[in-house]
Design a protein around this ligand. Structure first.
Ligand SMILES: Cc1cc2nc3c(=O)[nH]c(=O)nc-3n(C[C@H](O)[C@H](O)[C@H](O)COP(=O)(O)OP(=O)(O)OC[C@H]3O[C@@H](n4cnc5c(N)ncnc54)[C@H](O)[C@@H]3O)c2cc1C
Length: 376
């Protein structure tokens, strides 16, 4: 006989992914509560990123990243337009700064086409100069469907829809662990009101801490939990108005997309994120301060495609940490979304490694996870 649950669906984590999933479930008519450790939404990775709506050009064909990025991008533009979320389809140029990077750019164009990104256009150095006079390169790819979004406004809009459909968020409620009971999942929480709560369905969308929480759920097969690796990315902002109207990216580097220029909604320019592998796999010990000494590498990387960057123009800004499922020198892993068929706990969906393009993909991930829940 199965135990009666306190609630139908619990989502752990009120980042952009957890909020999008909670919204989809609430809009499908389910009873949903989000458990969030912090006092507000979006205190995790979702407020420490580049805020870029990616086109979907980098990811291996057939991967969840490729699929969700392309689907999610289209859904996100629609959502932003419908909900008045500030965004700008400003486009991006991917630059081969020297002849030895030409082949990499051509390979990226091929990969993008395989992923269904059919609007990329190869541009020569003259056209690049006409579009972005300060950018230097031998060849480039113009991606017109890349854009930027105000990520906090996006999360507020998701929260608004969720609450309008009867959902609620319990803040200051940290999930410490849980167990599989017959037919339900029981979670233990600590914080303002430490307690236990059971649900028919639990979605673990807790970003950097998903593997650690999963390890504390009795009944969940431990060998299905990926080892997590953290790769910090620091940003430096530009002291003057950015002389660009599009995003400018170098060719990708191992672990990240290269030290690129992004613009925020107000037109402020910032560079980053770089890649710094951390020694810890405990998100509670992360130091988010940006080390000013990293600036030297930024100047060198940026001047390869923007020689006009002057000395002393970069100021340490913020940093974010990527929840990686592979380590230095290893190929990037795909998003990992597991249900009971993989880990053995009926009713639980666990998300791991939701790094970039997780913001762009959030609505597509939400559809996918909601289907898993609704069909189980
Ligand atoms: C440097 C960097 C740049 C990026 N740039 C981009 C980009 O330009 N475009 C893009 O598409 N993607 C980008 N990403 C990826 C994107 O930001 C993430 O994929 C996305 O924000 C992940 O959202 P999330 O909801 O899974 O995680 P989070 O935002 O981290 O949310 C998890 C939530 O769970 C809560 N939580 C944690 N532990 C517990 C617990 N025990 N109990 C209860 N709650 C808990 C946290 O407080 C947090 O609110 C970038 C990522 C990084 C690190």
């Amino acid at each position: 006989m199965s135990t009666a649950a306190d609630i139908d669906c619990l989502v752990v984590g009120a980042g952009v992914v957890g909020l999008a999933i909670a919204r989809s479930l609430a809009m499908a008519g389910r009873e949903v509560v989000v458990l969030e450790a912090e006092a507000g939404i979006g205190h995790g990775i979702s407020s420490r990123n580049s805020e870029v709506i990616h086109a979907g050009i980098y990811y291996p064909q057939g991967s969840l990243k490729a699929r969700f990025c392309v689907e999610g991008r289209k859904a996100l533009y629609r959502f932003c337009a419908d909900h008045g979320v500030p965004h700008n389809r400003c486009g991006k140029i991917l630059v081969a700064a020297s002849e030895d990077q030409r082949a990499q750019v051509l390979a990226i164009q091929k990969k993008a086409a395989a992923n269904g990104v059919d609007d990329l256009r190869l541009i020569d150095s003259h056209e690049m100069k006409a579009m972005e006079p300060e950018v230097q390169g031998v060849i480039g790819l113009h991606s017109p469907s890349t854009g930027i979004v105000d990520s906090h406004a996006l999360m507020l809009a998701l929260q608004g829809d969720f609450e309008a459909h009867g959902g609620a968020i319990a803040f200051n409620t940290r999930v410490a662990g849980g167990e599989a009971l017959s037919g339900v999942v029981r979670l233990r929480t600590e914080g303002e009101e430490a307690s236990e709560i059971t649900a028919n369905h639990v979605v673990l969308a807790s970003g950097l801490s998903s593997p650690r929480i999963a390890r504390s759920i009795t009944g969940l097969s431990p060998n299905t939990i990926p080892a997590s690796r953290f790769a910090k990315g620091s940003y430096f902002s530009l002291a003057r108005r950015a002389p660009f109207s599009r995003l400018v990216y170098p060719v990708p580097e191992p672990g990240g997309l290269g030290t690129h220029l992004t613009l925020d909604i107000s037109g402020r320019g910032r560079f980053g994120p770089d890649v710094e592998w951390l020694d810890t796999d405990d998100e509670r010990t992360i130091d988010y301060r940006v080390d000013p000494a990293r600036a030297a590498k930024f100047y060198a990387a940026i001047r390869r495609y923007w020689p006009g960057l002057r000395d002393d123009e970069l100021t340490p800004d913020y940093s974010g940490v990527r929840p990686k499922l592979s380590g230095p020198g290893e190929p990037d892993e795909d998003f990992l979304i597991q249900n009971d068929r993989v880990h053995g706990v009926r009713g639980l969906v666990a998300l791991y490694g939701i790094e970039s393009p997780g913001l762009t993909s959030s609505l597509a991930i939400a559809d996918h996870v909601a289907q898993m829940v609704l069909q189980s």
